[in-house]
Design a protein around this ligand. Sequence first.
Ligand SMILES: C[S@@+](CC[C@H](N)C(=O)[O-])C[C@H]1O[C@@H](n2cnc3c(N)ncnc32)[C@H](O)[C@@H]1O
Length: 261
Amino acid sequence: MHGDAARVRDDVLPEPVQTEAPRPAEMPDYLEHAYWWAYLRPGAVRFFDRPWLVNLILYGNYFRLRDAALAELPKGASQKTLQVACVYGDFTEQLRAHLGPDATLDVVDVAPIQLENTRRKMGGSGSAAFHLQDSARLSFAPAHFDNVIVFFLLHEQPDAVRRATIDEALRVTRPGGKTIFVDYHRPSRWNPFRYFAGLVFWLLEPFASDFWARDISAQADADLHGFEIKKQRYFGGLYQKTVFSRPGPKQGAPTSPHRSC
Ligand SMILES: C[S@@+](CC[C@H](N)C(=O)[O-])C[C@H]1O[C@@H](n2cnc3c(N)ncnc32)[C@H](O)[C@@H]1O
């Protein structure tokens, strides 16, 4: 594991992307205890990393949610994008293809095996930079990225880590840029998947019920003054895309956070 970590860190971009030298990213306890079977073993990566399987786990919604996330980014633009945490399936490849040839893509994960896997899927390091970092304490400079995408990470994190992840994702997004969260959402009572997903959460996802009990904006400690927050629900409310648009210099900041669904 140590050797893997050293190799991955070789890809960390030089200054001024980072405010300081990369701090060692320790494996969080919750990941080791609750999700070792999904992310940290070679057999798990081999088993789960198939788009059709990810689609099955998301009840047929993977491609739709992936495309909903990508639709927030201007196609072909020369922007700086950060993906916080690796994703099984073809998410990062599609994201790279969506961005312009001059755009940069940075990918962060706390698990070396996941970074290596994503780098392999991308055909090497040329098309993206890979960083061994904890989402709860990113070492990028404030406002460094035009767009930050967090795809199905928050529901897997305990409250304190989740709060820090949200705050960090917002912190590194520039004024005028977007922070895009796609994740579970508590559906309405009539949605039968509410009960099925609840059972899966009880068995396998110890932090997910706590996550979907509140809006993402209610789980941030950051000052959301002036942010435009748009939430869109999918599949009877079981999933959400919540986009935080950070007020830019020319946008003019509203006096209070504006929420719409
Ligand atoms: C994005 S989430 C779940 C994605 C989705 N379920 C899928 O199909 O892959 C999984 C990733 O989050 C990473 N992860 C979990 N906690 C993290 C943290 N604190 N910092 C960075 N990455 C983290 C895991 O190592 C794993 O690669």
